[in-house]
Design a protein around this ligand. Structure first.
Ligand code: DC
Length: 229
């Protein structure tokens, strides 16, 4: 089974993905980490994240082994890397360079030690629409920009990073605008996605609603299969 989770930044995708990973025992790929790593490497090389040639070279240089472990690297979790990721992700050749790895992970999911898993969970912006249009389960999480900015601010404060709410809100809105309006693989729900607004929901409640959706979806698939037999 493939579970695709898309949505805006700070809508709760990562938290949900980890809960589902524990519940189903599937392998999980945070695809945003791939774009963050490319953005960070472009910045580290003193280049502009909008430089398509450099960003593409860097994306092409990442090995599958490296890509599998990127999500554990805390250095890519900064706001600066998030903004750089959003810029490199608008470059079609960067997306192309990262596509095969994501697609292959979905079809042949493995844990970080290379052990095969019986299912895959991927989160990002275009998983249900471009990377895995065939995923059995497609989830699309949204939340108001104000709530997401508050969540981000709390995360930053917990890490001891000083930030101002208005600045964080402006960054959230800028990232939404860039991710949703780019020409290639823009952020949008697949036609068959379960759209969930997490603004006023607890983590437990999001998880429960998603499990209910997955159960109802599996029941429908079972009923259709019986009808075809
Ligand atoms: O989920 P995140 O905040 O770590 O993602 C960082 C950026 O990467 C985000 O602003 C858009 C981009 N991204 C993307 O374009 N496609 C994906 N599948 C995942 C992330």
């Amino acid at each position: 089974m493939i579970i695709a989770i898309d949505g805006t930044s700070a809508a709760g995708k990562g938290t949900l993905a980890k809960r589902l990973q524990d519940f189903f025992g599937f392998a999980y790929l945070d695809t945003g980490a791939l774009y963050r790593a490319v953005g960070k490497k472009v910045l580290d090389s003193q280049n502009n994240p909008e430089n398509a040639t450099i960003a593409t070279q860097i994306a092409q240089s990442l090995s599958p082994e490296t890509m599998l472990c990127l999500q554990n690297d805390p250095s890519i979790r900064t706001e600066v890397c998030g903004a750089a990721a959003s810029k490199v992700s608008a470059i079609p050749s960067v997306r192309q360079a990262l596509f095969d790895f994501q697609r292959n992970f979905a079809l042949n999911p493995v844990f970080e030690d290379g052990t095969p898993a019986k299912g895959a969970i991927l989160d990002g912006r275009d998983i249900g629409t471009v990377v895995c249009p065939d995923a059995e389960i497609k989830l699309f999480l949204i939340a108001s920009a104000e709530i997401r900015a508050k969540r981000r601010l709390k995360e930053l404060q917990e890490k001891g990073i000083y930030a101002i709410y208005e600045d964080v809100l402006a960054d959230v809105k800028k990232r939404d605008e860039r991710d949703s309006n780019r020409a290639v693989a823009p952020l949008k729900p697949a036609d068959d996605a379960f759209i969930l607004d997490t603004s006023d929901l607890t983590v437990d409640s999001v998880f429960e609603q998603v499990i209910d959706f997955i159960k109802s979806k599996q029941k429908t698939v079972g009923t259709n299969q019986q009808a075809n037999d």
